[in-house]
Design a protein around this ligand. Structure first.
Ligand code: M6R
Length: 367
């Protein structure tokens, strides 16, 4: 049942290239130049009237929603807010009939996310669900559903559900752009072309897992560490930090790289590991200067950078891991893979139950 892997988590990490392909299948036109989301019942007229979008989810699905915000705002220029579902209802969110509420849930059963969906509908908003389970409560109650074709996810730590949620956000963002005319057809085709390459790019990271195992084994000896990044790298850092905490029980924090000097830098001391995600060319120089700030205080920095940028980055970090380069907006779909593998191997090195971390359940059905 684990297909020769020691744990479901490792099996599911390796299923990602296939899960990406399955999630894109049938949703891209035959010529590869446009998106077709035939399962949506929303009309072009409705889409033109959307004034704002709320993305609501928990845990890893919330982290996918953080990237989703950037994707939709970049491609479709509609303002997006992303909320944790257990907070959403209690902040009196301004939900109007021209608000599209997107709920994201692997299981489709998370109590807070389901309650947010109901609250949205009560206020007259349309609800789009992104879920992995056909026939789940969330899939049944939403107005529209986009299924992530990840296949069953058994390990408590979510991996392929997160990455296929990203794939759906890219497709939906492109669908909005196409409908609203916020992007040229050629740009849409370029993004779709780059998306077709993601499965093999993910595979090439998986093929380097031995290197990540070594990195994880040295990390597993520490009790505290930091993840830093800017833009979507910050969003992926938050997911990396959650994954590591969840299964290795090592305390970590994810910080927006530019925010460190507003307090957290005080925690940087000799030898503390810092994992810096640096995939966004526009922010490259800025993040490198933040890396220098932590290095100057004795941090041991692992830089995760795009292939081709190693020489420049090597001057600033202690260790480097290069990932295949894709479009800046698509990089989370590649850069999260080393995070997943580092978490897995750190958990293993600490002798934990990787698939069933203490205190946690796969599906959280209480508020
Ligand atoms: O089934 P859901 O996507 O609604 O679950 C949400 C969270 O409970 C879930 O993502 C959790 O954070 C994972 N165990 C993280 O790996």
């Amino acid at each position: 049942e684990k297909a020769g892997y020691d744990h479901f988590m490792m099996k599911e990490i390796h299923e990602q290239p296939k899960a990406y392909r399955d999630t894109m299948m049938g949703r891209v036109a035959e010529d590869g130049r446009s998106v077709q989301l035939n399962e949506l019942s929303m009309t072009a007229e409705y889409v033109k009237d959307i004034r704002k979008i709320h993305i609501v989810a928990c845990g890893t699905a919330y982290h996918a929603g953080l990237v989703g915000k950037t994707i939709i705002e970049t491609l479709a220029r509609i303002p997006v807010e992303t909320d944790v579902a257990s907070e959403y209802r209690y902040r009196s969110p301004i939900i109007t009939p021209d608000t599209l509420v997107i709920v994201v849930s692997q299981s489709g059963e998370t109590a807070d996310t389901l309650a947010a969906l109901r609250e949205a509908k009560r206020n007259g908003a349309r609800v789009l669900a992104i879920t992995n389970v056909v026939g789940s409560s969330i899939a049944r109650e939403a107005d529209d559903v986009l299924i992530t074709s990840a296949g069953p996810e058994i390990a408590v730590a979510s991996t392929k559900a997160y990455t296929t949620q990203l794939i759906i956000f890219y497709l939906f963002g492109l669908y909005l752009a196409q409908t609203l005319g916020t992007k040229e057809q050629s740009e849409i085709a370029d993004v779709l072309g780059a998306m077709q390459k993601l499965p093999e790019q993910v595979q090439s990271v998986l093929d380097q897992k031995a290197v990540l195992r070594q990195i994880a084994e040295s990390i597993s000896k520490h009790d505290n560490l930091f993840f830093i990044g800017r833009g979507v790298d910050y969003a992926v850092s938050q997911e990396g930090s959650l994954k590591l905490k969840e299964i290795s029980y090592i305390h970590s924090e994810a910080y927006a790289a530019g925010e460190l000097k507003h307090g957290t830098l005080a925690l940087i001391e000799e030898g503390i590991p810092v994992i810096a995600l640096v995939t966004q060319e526009e922010l490259y120089e800025k993040t490198l200067s933040n890396i220098k700030e932590v290095k100057a205080r004795g941090a041991h920095v692992l830089g995760i950078v795009n292939a081709g940028a190693e020489t420049e980055a090597a001057k600033s970090v202690d260790e480097l891991f290069a990932i295949p380069k894709t479009l800046p907006l698509l990089s989370p779909a590649v850069s999260v893979i080393p995070m997943q593998l580092i978490s897995y191997y750190a958990s293993l090195a600490r002798g934990n139950d990787v698939d069933k971390p203490r205190n946690l359940a796969k599906s959280v059905t209480v508020e």
